[in-house]
Write a protein that binds this ligand. Structure first.
Ligand code: B16
Ligand code: MG
Length: 226
């Protein structure tokens, strides 16, 4: 029986990827590395420091900066990003998400946020949905980022549930891998190619219907012996 949903934030509840892109681009200009939206796809779901490492590697500048300087660069990007996300309002919830959250509340299903973003709580506030979440995992407390299952396992734990009682929702390949490794039913939204490992795939957030997800999760549970 499904009693909890553990959500990714960026790309599932709202689309902050463009803001991350703009802020990284601004940093890129300062250090002489330019990249396009296609490269930015690789940064989705990846932590701030890992994103910086990927950008430096892309620009063949990995060895130019000390760890201390890298922290400063990542902080600069985050300061720009924080300015950009002050523009977020409830209108930035992706289509269908308000209905899904309302249906989950009505069904008394518990909700946790499993975002790699340290800005997650601020974004939930700005979207006007902070109150509907029973738990928000602090990514600063994690030993490993996605695709490690840690963040989803903690999500279930903080809801007082077992992973098998939860559904995880993601838009990034590393995220689906993390959900599957946690032993949860995985729902992937967005790019079909990246969501190949998802237990259930939907093309758009408007297709995230509670009844469809529960039916799919329950039929899978019948097949498995937990
Ligand atoms: P921050 P998610 C991720 O959010 C983003 O997809 C990724 O691009 C970003 O680098 C990461 O959060 C860290 O964000 O710099 O705000 O701590 O998809 O896991 O919700
Ligand atoms: Mg995401």
């Amino acid at each position: 029986m499904i009693k909890g949903f553990v959500f990714d934030l960026d790309g599932v509840l709202t689309d902050t990827a463009e803001y991350h892109y703009l802020a990284w681009q601004e940093l890129g200009e300062k250090i002489g590395i330019s990249f396009d939206r296609e490269f930015n796809e690789q940064l989705k779901g990846i932590s701030r420091m890992d994103s910086l490492e990927r950008i430096l590697a892309y620009g063949h500048k990995s060895n130019l900066y000390s760890e201390e300087k890298k922290m400063i660069l990542a902080d600069e990007k985050n300061e720009d990003y924080k300015k950009l996300i002050t523009q977020i309002t409830p209108a930035d919830l992706l289509p269908g998400i308000t209905e899904l959250l309302m249906d989950l509340k009505k069904a008394e299903i518990k909700l946790a946020l499993a975002s790699a973003s340290k800005n997650g709580p601020v974004i939930l506030e700005r979207l006007g949905i902070a109150d509907v979440f029973d738990a928000v995992i602090d990514p600063a407390t994690l030993m490993h980022g996605k695709p490690d299952p840690e963040i989803f396992i903690k999500g279930a734990e903080q809801l007082g549930l077992r992973p098998e009682e939860c559904v995880g929702v993601e838009d990034a390949e590393a995220g689906i891998e993390a959900i599957n490794a946690a032993g949860m039913f995985s729902v992937g939204v967005g790019n079909e190619q990246s969501m190949k490992a998802a237990d259930l795939f939907v093309a758009a957030t408007t297709d995230l219907k509670l009844s469809t997800i529960l039916a799919a999760a329950q039929s899978q549970q019948k097949e498995r012996k937990f």
